[in-house]
Design a protein around this ligand. Structure first.
Ligand SMILES: [Zn+2]
Ligand SMILES: [Zn+2]
Ligand SMILES: [Zn+2]
Ligand SMILES: [Zn+2]
Ligand SMILES: [Zn+2]
Length: 323
């Protein structure tokens, strides 16, 4: 077992978690709703942006040996993958595996850090799912840990909905592996039907036509919602310039006529994230994903359009971020 990113052998069971691929959607710039940000973060955000920091449990937690609601067992701690030798008594989980509060906490924390939103046993040959209530009780989670676990579970679940869709053939969740191809293979359907079964990530119908494609499949009406949004979003108007800039000029009349009209949704010229502007702030925006500042009206980088800002036409493609 090797860690996928570092190549270093990992003592933990490999869960085969696919990398996250963000799909396009619109990010609202103003006003910012904290809840919206948390569930719709446009990019796998660092954990600390949604929940208190996830400091690993340092001090060992121990079961109360007189707790009548626990089933104590002797023997190995089935989740002590780092052989830390926790001193707490071992108790049986619903699946039968023996844990200590700290080994269970560390294991569950690890699942969350990997982007999981469910708690699955890591005991050998076991993939039982535990309820959050069971984890809270058996891991002796304190209120802070409980809050972190709950928030991260919700965040991960929301993020998974962006990378996972239900196959139109079998109804099982399928994760898209190549973000630049709409063609997705369902292994379950392929096995059941005895032939290759591919579906379209965009219109969720059985795939038609050539592949790979990133704009649409051959089915009628299949279209890219992001491009549709760019094409059909309403216009917005910006009036004048921000005070700082205006004050540099004595002749204010020059700017009275400065009404700038542009679409309310733009794709960030650097990274392609769709941003929606409400005109509650000036046209210069900081993209929350790539941090590049650009002018919502002319799409030039910040500072390049001060003297002459001319609205750029509606975008017909989405820039790809070249990192
Ligand atoms: Zn188990
Ligand atoms: Zn299927
Ligand atoms: Zn399609
Ligand atoms: Zn950007
Ligand atoms: Zn501009």
């Amino acid at each position: 077992m090797f860690n996928r990113t570092t190549g270093v052998p990992s003592p933990y069971p490999d869960l085969g978690v696919a990398p996250f691929i963000s799909v396009p959607h619109v990010y609202r710039l103003y006003p910012e709703f904290p809840a919206y940000r948390a569930t719709m973060a446009p990019y796998p955000a660092p954990q600390h942006s949604v929940a208190p920091s996830s400091a690993p449990t340092k001090q060992e937690k121990c079961y109360n040996p007189h707790d009548p609601t626990l089933t104590f067992v002797d023997g190995e701690d089935d989740l002590d993958f780092l052989c830390e030798g926790f001193i707490s008594r071992r108790a049986k989980m619903s699946c039968g595996h023996a844990v200590t509060p700290t080994s269970l906490t560390n294991w569950c924390r690890r699942l969350l850090d990997q982007g999981r939103s469910r708690f699955v046993c890591g005991g050998s040959g076991c993939s039982a799912e535990w309820t959050f209530a069971e984890v809270c009780k058996m891991a002796l989670l304190d209120p802070q840990e409980m809050e972190y676990f709950q928030k991260t579970m919700d965040f991960n679940a929301a993020r998974q909905t962006l990378t996972t869709k239900l196959c139109p053939g079998c109804g099982f969740a399928v994760t898209r592996e190549n973000g630049s191809d709409l063609n997705v293979l369902c292994k379950v359907c392929t096995a059941v039907k005895g032939r290759l079964f591919e579906f379209c990530w965009q219109c969720l119908r059985e795939w038609k036509g050539a592949r790979p494609r990133k704009d649409r499949c051959g089915n009628r009406g299949c279209c890219n919602p992001s491009l549709e949004t760019l094409k059909k979003c309403p216009d917005i108007k910006f009036r004048g310039y921000d005070d700082e800039y205006e004050s540099e000029y004595e002749d204010e009349d020059e700017f009275d006529s400065g009404v700038l009209v542009c679409p309310s949704v733009r794709a960030c010229p650097t990274c392609g994230l769709l941003l929606e502007h409400s005109t509650m702030a000036c046209p210069s925006v900081d993209c929350p994903r790539c941090n590049v500042t650009f002018c919502f009206v002319c799409l030039k980088n910040s500072g390049e359009c001060l003297s002459s800002c001319i609205a750029a036409p509606r975008q017909t493609s989405i820039p790809v971020w070249k990192k």
